[in-house]
Design a protein around this ligand. Structure first.
Ligand code: GLY
Ligand code: MN
Ligand code: MN
Length: 442
């Protein structure tokens, strides 16, 4: 099967973009293969915008959309080549690609420089993923230069060069039913991975061994792999927000923070859980954990259509700041701690982000007036408050080196929201019971 999404949906996406182009032409290349070392490449991953519009999986491909009264879609891709395919894998080739991906026309990629200038001649604006890849920016310039050299023969050169990313970002922000299906699957596999990791956690094991449990679950269910580098952070490592070393030994008495999820058919999940290595929270760990959990619940209550996207962060900050005051980690009034930003010593990130093909997905966060935009049905976002308490002298001993984050993936529905990742134990009681029971059985 060539595409997972019905062709009519892919065509509708391309039509929607073509309407935006007016008398313009859009050039959307997929990602390049990236060399890892010598002649070995990183595993290939297509560009998210390109794949959203085509689902064409091969490198060295470009989608060209021509706007106007008779919109057209053209795919440029690698030609069939028996010798190269024996070494590198099968290709669609232009003819099969045209049918399988529902584009109007398809050509070998090596004809791009010849075909593009005539397509651009006479159009008002050339659109691209401007600034994403210098070499592609230069390529667009070279086509315009070719046309400029022909002006005396009456060729009209596009006068504008526009960036497609904002518009594509807005299209991708609202997920359709098919996309939500894929995101549910990404979430389900990631939930299983967290449950497996929780079950495998015990003092003396290494962070990388727990990471291996996650990766096993991703791959055994057919996911491409992690949607982003897995964070498996024991003890104070959890206070490093993007910790990816995953080399340390887990110690009894420490917490373990895992931020990991898979990519399924191009869509990411993004889950964090934090729990005790030995299965039981200390009183200080429990106190801090309960604050983060309450902050997440307060944030979730703000996820519904019409609410501003800032509301859930603000709600989480109120609860976190009050918790820090109650635990004597911040001094002063709630208003004072929030206004001064004193809480930021322990909470230095936002409470979430859009989620989709990219883990930090595309789409604006502000409306036309520059205010935080309102939530709409079909948006998907993460809700991920945390607290990160270092080991400085003024921190009471029991709170030192505690890093806690709880992160779930949430769809905005008609009347409220749906949490996709609820099935990973999250309350203190559920975690303690679950870890005791599963580890007794294993
Ligand atoms: N895993 C990346 C994030 O939570 O934003
Ligand atoms: Mn996240
Ligand atoms: Mn995360």
């Amino acid at each position: 099967m060539a595409t997972l999404t019905p062709l009519k949906t892919l065509r509708a996406r391309r039509r929607c973009l073509a309407e935006f182009l007016g008398h313009g032409v859009a050039v959307i290349p997929t990602a390049r293969e990236q060399l890892r070392n010598a002649d070995t490449h990183y595993p290939y991953r297509w560009d998210s915008h390109f794949h959203y519009l085509t689902e064409f999986p091969e490198p060295e491909a470009v989608l060209v959309l021509v706007g106007g009264k008779k919109p057209r879609s053209l795919l440029f891709c690698r030609p069939l080549d028996g010798e190269r395919e024996r070494w590198e894998g099968r290709r669609f080739g232009p003819d099969r690609a045209r049918e399988a991906f529902g584009v109007d026309e398809a050509y070998p990629i090596n004809t791009l420089d010849e075909k593009l200038p005539p397509l651009l001649a006479g159009c008002e604006t050339v659109y691209s993923l401007m600034g994403q890849d210098d070499a592609w920016d230069r390529r667009v310039q070279s086509w315009l230069q070719t046309l400029r050299a022909q002006v005396r023969s009456g060729v009209a050169v596009p006068q504008n060069w526009g960036d497609l990313r904002d518009h594509l970002g807005e299209m991708r922000l609202i997920k359709d039913e098919r996309e939500l299906q894929l995101m549910r699957r990404a979430a389900d596999i990631s939930v299983r991975a967290h449950r497996r990791a929780m079950k495998a956690t015990r003092p003396g094991r290494f962070e990388y061994a727990i990471e291996a449990e996650l990766l096993h679950e991703f791959r055994v269910h057919g996911a491409a792999g992690p949607a982003y580098p897995s964070i498996v952070a024991g003890g104070g490592n959890a206070c490093i927000l993007h910790y990816v070393d995953n080399q340390a030994r887990l110690r009894a008495g420490d917490l373990l923070l895992i931020d990991a999820a898979c990519e399924w058919q191009g869509y990411a999940a993004d889950i964090t859980r934090t729990y005790p290595v030995s299965g039981k929270f200390s009183p200080a760990q429990r106190d801090l954990y309960e604050v983060v959990l309450a902050a997440q619940q307060a944030a979730l209550a703000q996820i519904k259509p019409g609410k501003r996207v800032s509301a859930y962060h603000d709600a989480a900050v109120q609860v976190l700041a009050q918790g820090l005051i109650d635990l004597n980690l911040c001094q002063g009034t709630l208003e004072g701690v929030v206004e001064s930003g004193a809480y930021r010593r322990f909470y230095m990130h936002r409470t979430g982000h859009w989620l989709g093909r990219d883990v930090h997905d595309v789409g604006r966060y502000v409306d036309g007036e520059g205010r935080p935009r309102r939530l709409q049905k079909g948006m998907v976002l993460t809700v991920e408050p945390g607290l990160y308490v270092g080991a400085e002298d003024d921190i009471p001993e029991p709170f030192r080196n505690l890093g806690i984050r709880i992160e779930d993936d949430v769809v905005v529905t008609e009347k409220g929201h749906e949490v996709l990742t609820e099935a990973v134990p999250k309350t203190v009681e559920d975690i303690e019971v679950w870890m005791t029971q599963t580890r007794r059985r294993s």
